[in-house]
Design a binder for this molecule. Structure first.
Ligand code: HEC
Length: 237
């Protein structure tokens, strides 16, 4: 028993320290609320993902028709808004770019983002997408506060504009406005992170929906079981 308690305790410790490492770059990570019941947010996130990320990153664990169902969209809506003409609704979200080309262009192959929300965490993702800053020393012209010397350019520069990074204080300040206000840009990123959280664990949507019915069932069962228990034990007491 004692060993079990120790094992659980140390297991727990290693989980917490794992989380501490995630923010070890010294910058505060801003988390977002993941809300898989917010279908409007997931739909907006899907749109951003398809338009701005899917050109380089695949999400090859995700099928378009599954996404349609989970996000309350019809197959036709997905076909018209979220897919390229050559793809079929049963396809997974892969990319046309070949891995060797990607490596040639960016020096690294953009990783598949299917489970990125689980490996990096949503707070890290949210912060990553908000903290690209100008860095003339880099080939792509930008760098990132939580992913030093990242090979990915600042994809959402049009929306966010550009940030300047103060070497000494680590502060980020806006030096060029984007088409969106800071607030609207943060909402755009939050929706995208929400979508990536969904992609990382799609069946969670069903679990949450099923959960309500399970609780209702337990409640109704209690209404039956409690009077029965009373009836059975009446003569014994
Ligand atoms: C022009 C191609 C390109 C586009 C478009 C692009 N990325 Fe990237 N991304 C990359 C490359 C290349 C890397 C690998 C960087 C490295 O390892 O240095 C990367 C890395 C990442 C990482 C870090 C992965 C890790 O190793 O943990 C995340 C997260 C990410 N991208 C998210 C996104 C999101 C979200 C979008 C859409 C807004 C996007 N990317 C659009 C090229 C791209």
């Amino acid at each position: 028993m004692r060993t079990l308690i120790f094992a659980l305790f140390f297991g727990y410790l290693s989980v917490i320290s794992g989380q501490a490492i995630a923010s070890a770059e010294g910058i505060h990570l801003d988390d977002v609320e993941v809300d898989l019941a917010d279908k409007a947010s997931l739909q907006r996130g899907a749109k951003t993902f398809v338009n701005y990320c899917l050109s380089c990153h695949a999400a090859s664990f995700m099928r378009y028709n599954r996404m349609a169902k989970d996000l309350d969209l019809s197959d036709d809506q997905v076909k018209e808004n979220l897919m390229f003409a050559s793809e079929k609704i049963g396809d997974t979200m892969t990319i046309a770019m070949r891995a060797e080309d990607a490596k040639k262009w960016f020096g690294v192959t953009p990783p598949d983002l299917s489970v990125i929300s689980r490996s990096r965490g949503t707070a890290w993702l949210n912060t990553y997408l908000q903290t690209f800053f100008i860095d003339d020393a880099k080939a792509v012209g930008t760098n990132n506060a939580v992913f030093k010397d990242v090979g990915m350019p600042h994809i959402l520069w049009e929306q966010q504009g550009y940030l300047h990074h103060d070497e000494e204080t680590g502060h980020l300040t806006q030096v060029k406005e984007g088409t969106l206000s800071t607030y609207d840009y943060n909402v755009m990123v939050a929706d995208l992170v929400n979508f990536l959280a969904y992609v990382g664990e799609p069946s969670k949507i069903q679990r949450l929906e099923l959960g309500k019915w399970v609780l209702l069932y337990l409640f109704l069962f209690f209404l039956v079981a409690y009077p029965m228990k009373k009836a059975f034990w009446r003569d014994i007491h």
